[in-house]
Design a protein around this ligand. Structure first.
Ligand code: HEC
Ligand code: HEC
Ligand code: HEC
Ligand code: HEC
Ligand code: HEC
Length: 379
């Protein structure tokens, strides 16, 4: 049996990124330690993007962009004090900070990103979802575990830190605005009946995969997607040469409890429509931001929960049959941004190597559709 000991400071932060979320913990409470008994939950967590919140190639690239302010990324990506090499003492100015070397720093714990205790830590013991748990460690029944507020500590943060430095994760507010009643957990941690720890009873709990966009990270883990969108293409089967052929692409945000895409403002859904040779259109769904000199959102055409949207397109029918091709991608990182990081890496800037960046998947194909529109002779 071990206790949650070693508590040194209790810091109450106004905003999640200002201080580590929890005080120092004793060693031996990494996810890999919990995983000795919570084998299935550990295996799921390991596949999740939460386990990669530190090692993620895109995160590491962005972290090295402006190293002076990198410290403020850590309290969401590596929220426990033990996961941080330095603790930040003052936040009067985000660039002129007082850093203290952290004797409790554990690099293996840092690599775990959003680790078990990011969500399961309380002052008195491990936050548990059930009452009367018979565990070899202190547990505290915590109804908050099943509430949006747990997720929103990191997934809902809107702050302007400097003119051109903003933090903008609005998923929790998007959900409130749409009046969605299910919790984040109901969709992202669906129910499962199983033994929760070796030797324990079978109970109903939640999956620890946090399936979301399903955009892979380029390693062996699968990052399953939840697939929020429905998709339809409407086009006639035949057209006469010279005729204007209308094509309607319909996307419905049928299953998400917030906008699609959500999260990082860089995320987009890109629909590519290809008709006769050279006739291509891109329909981009997402936010457009101007970052300099003062960051501001210029537009936002994302799909609200349950919203259906039609995109109208047309082409002139040529004298031969047309292969109409439509693809839909969920994009995490734009190619401009990826190329920017590759160029910096090639010049020796610290961060992931150009090779690692080139191998990093930036999107996932959601749909692809192909139909033939044939030439109709006569009227
Ligand atoms: C030595 C084995 C062991 C280790 C190590 C261990 N646990 Fe447990 N844990 C258990 C057992 C056994 C239970 C009780 C299971 C039950 O009653 O279903 C339990 C219960 C829990 C519960 C409450 C489950 C509920 O039903 O709500 C949580 C949460 C939990 N552990 C998280 C953790 C975390 C996080 C760690 C690592 C910091 C950890 N455990 C380390 C064995 C362990
Ligand atoms: C308030 C908490 C918070 C802070 C502070 C924060 N992040 Fe994040 N970050 C998140 C959440 C939540 C996600 C998951 C949403 C997503 O992936 O779009 C995320 C995802 C990311 C991603 C992956 C983007 C994607 O679309 O998969 C990158 C890269 C990233 N953050 C970089 C940073 C950097 C660099 C900083 C500091 C300048 C930072 N973050 C600060 C919460 C935060
Ligand atoms: C992002 C937050 C988060 C992280 C990270 C996380 N959990 Fe959980 N955990 C939860 C929530 C929420 C529940 C309640 C799920 C439910 O019962 O519907 C839960 C429930 C549990 C339970 C009780 C069984 C159950 O499913 O209700 C155990 C045991 C547990 N977690 C262990 C772990 C371990 C071990 C890790 C790390 C390998 C971990 N958790 C990581 C949020 C988290
Ligand atoms: C301590 C901060 C933190 C907490 C608490 C947290 N998350 Fe996350 N979450 C993140 C970060 C950071 C990422 C992005 C990791 C990456 O891609 O590198 C993320 C990624 C995700 C993703 C995957 C996004 C994708 O790419 O598909 C989902 C889904 C998600 N979180 C849901 C939840 C839910 C549901 C909860 C509450 C039970 C929760 N998170 C609690 C920080 C957090
Ligand atoms: C009604 C079910 C539902 C609820 C409630 C819900 N989500 Fe989601 N979420 C989804 C689906 C479905 C997706 C997959 C979107 C897609 O197809 O890319 C998703 C995707 C995400 C993503 C990845 C962003 C993206 O563009 O794909 C994050 C992060 C996320 N959810 C976090 C949360 C958080 C945090 C909450 C609570 C505030 C929440 N979700 C509530 C269903 C839900």
């Amino acid at each position: 049996m071990y206790l949650l000991a070693g508590i040194s400071v209790v810091l109450i932060a106004a905003r999640s990124w200002e201080q580590p979320k929890t005080p120092n913990l004793a060693a031996g409470q990494k996810a890999s330690d919990c995983g000795v008994c919570h084998t299935e939950i550990y295996a799921e967590w390991k596949q999740s993007t939460h386990a990669q919140a530190w090692t993620d190639v895109q995160f590491q690239a962005e972290l090295h962009k402006d190293p002076e302010v990198g410290w403020m990324c850590l309290n969401c990506h590596t929220p426990l004090a033990n996961q941080q090499a330095y603790l930040v003492n003052t936040t009067d100015s985000i660039r002129n900070i007082d850093r203290i070397r952290n004797p409790a720093f554990d690099p293996a714990w840092q690599a775990e990103g959003v680790t078990c205790l990011s969500c399961h830590w309380t002052n008195e013991g491990i936050a548990s979802a059930h009452k009367n748990v018979n565990a070899p460690h202190p547990t505290v029944y915590s109804p908050e575990l099943k509430r949006d507020s747990l997720c929103n500590e990191c997934h809902q943060a809107v702050a302007r830190i400097e003119d051109n430095l903003v933090c903008h994760f609005n998923t929790g507010q998007e959900k409130l605005d749409a009046g969605v009643t299910e919790s984040c957990q109901e969709c992202h941690m669906p129910s499962v009946e199983r033994v929760m720890a070796l030797g324990g009873p079978v109970r109903t709990g939640g999956r620890h995969l946090w399936a979301g966009s399903g955009i892979p990270k380029g390693d062996e883990s699968t990052h399953p997607g939840l697939d929020a969108l429905d998709f339809k293409v409407t086009a006639q089967a035949q057209a006469a040469p010279g005729e204007q052929v209308p094509v309607v692409i319909t996307l419905v945000n049928a299953r998400a409890g917030h906008m699609v895409p959500s999260g990082d403002p860089e995320r987009t859904v890109v629909v590519r429509i290809e008709g006769p040779a050279g006739n291509v259109e891109e329909w981009r769904i997402g936010q457009v931001w101007e970052w300099h000199p003062v960051s501001r959102k210029l537009s936002d055409n994302r799909l609200k929960p349950k919203e259906a949207r039609d995109h109208q397109w047309s082409f002139t029918m040529p004298t031969e049959d047309v292969e109409l091709k439509v693809s839909v991608d969920h994009v995490r990182m734009s190619s401009e941004n990826l190329n920017y990081h590759i160029e910096k890496a090639e010049k020796g800037h610290p961060g992931p190597s150009a090779e690692a960046l080139r191998a990093y998947p930036t999107k996932r194909r959601l749909f692809s559709h192909q139909t033939q529109i044939s030439v109709r002779d006569g009227p």
